[in-house]
Write a protein that binds this ligand. Structure first.
Ligand SMILES: NC(=O)c1ccc[n+]([C@@H]2O[C@H](COP(=O)([O-])OP(=O)(O)OC[C@H]3O[C@@H](n4cnc5c(N)ncnc54)[C@H](OP(=O)(O)O)[C@@H]3O)[C@@H](O)[C@H]2O)c1
Length: 292
């Protein structure tokens, strides 16, 4: 009897917690998600569909978007449409913005489309760097630029810019990727400040290694992802549920996973930074003495 009562209380508490976590989503009706044909973007689409939020999905692969729209609209009785576009092309971004403005008042904007490269700055083509800058920065900024005034008019909205843990730590071989993701973090912090007196929530999501297609496409098509320790991998389902749950806290930078939060904290600590500086100075000294 006692155990039964205890279980009921726990279930009730769990339900209340879930309701609370998702209460900011309760009044939302329409979401735009870029990068919705796979991975984290697709997972946002699935989780928002379960909340009965209508979807406008954007990516290049039309067949994938079509299939997802059909599946989610049938399963959850929502409207799900898609726009197939290459968001690394400025004219395509403009077309998408104009199309979205015609569709419906948007409550949620998730800028998730992205890719990474392998190799140091000068070994990657300038064309690829420009495509990344256009996709990560121009597309996200343009969609925010067109949708924020609409959200201000309705005094309601959620903007999630999917950045990366790479925005918070400095590593070799990620110059443009990390720089564009850092842009998204700084941009999110600044628009959040400008929107602080509104009901618009801004989040910069900074995931670490996540099991998606990310490490299997483009430069990564021959990449052996088993070199990344198993314990560091996250699943898109957890990344997205953390992101949505954290909306309630109105915290701009969200790093899913305790290990990843600790890693970033460790990296930014005074001891680690001092050690990195010491190592760099040592390398420079050795280089100078070898030149003399
Ligand atoms: N997975 C990770 O380890 C990880 C870690 C940190 C941050 N992230 C970030 O998370 C976001 C989602 O990545 P993911 O892990 O879900 O990878 P993913 O499975 O490869 O998904 C990437 C999405 O972006 C879309 N996309 C790529 N280039 C595009 C373009 N030119 N125009 C329009 N859409 C484009 C892809 O669709 P199409 O190919 O159909 O266009 C796909 O839907 C990215 O911004 C990534 O930087 C990922």
């Amino acid at each position: 009897m006692y155990i039964e009562k205890h279980i009921k209380v726990c279930v009730l508490a769990q339900n209340t917690m879930n309701d609370k976590n998702f209460s900011v989503l309760q009044n939302c009706k329409n979401a735009v998600i870029t990068g919705a044909s796979s991975g984290i973007g697709l997972e946002y689409a699935k989780q928002l569909a379960t909340k009965k939020i209508n979807l406008i999905l954007i990516a290049r692969r039309k067949d994938r978007l079509e299939e997802t729209c059909q599946e989610l609209s049938n399963a959850y009785d929502i409207s799900a449409t898609f726009i197939s576009a290459d968001l690394s092309k400025i004219e395509e971004v403009q077309r998408v913005c104009q199309e979205i403005l015609k569709i419906a008042p948007i409550d949620i904007l998730i800028n998730c489309a992205g890719f990474a490269t392998l190799g140091e700055f000068s070994s990657v083509s300038l064309e690829t760097h420009s495509q990344m800058i256009n996709l990560h920065i121009n597309a996200a900024v343009s969609l925010c630029y067109f949708l924020i005034p609409k959200m201000q008019e309705q005094n309601r909205g959620i903007i999630i810019n999917v950045a990366s843990q790479g925005a918070l730590v400095t590593t070799k071989g990620n110059s443009i990727y990390s720089a564009t993701k850092s842009f998204l973090v700084t941009f999110s912090e600044h628009i959040n400040l400008e929107l602080e007196k509104t009901n618009i929530i801004v989040q910069a999501l900074c995931p670490g290694f996540t099991k998606t297609e990310f490490h299997h496409v483009g430069h990564f098509s021959n990449f052996d992802s088993s070199v990344i320790p198993k314990k560091l991998w996250l699943y898109a389902t957890d990344v997205v549920s953390t992101s949505l749950a954290k909306l309630e806290k109105n915290k701009v930078i969200v790093i899913p996973g305790l290990k990843n939060r600790l890693l970033v904290r460790f990296y930014k600590s005074f001891i680690t930074q001092s050690f990195i500086k010491y190592k760099r100075k040592k390398v420079q000294k050795e280089l100078m003495s070898s030149k003399v």
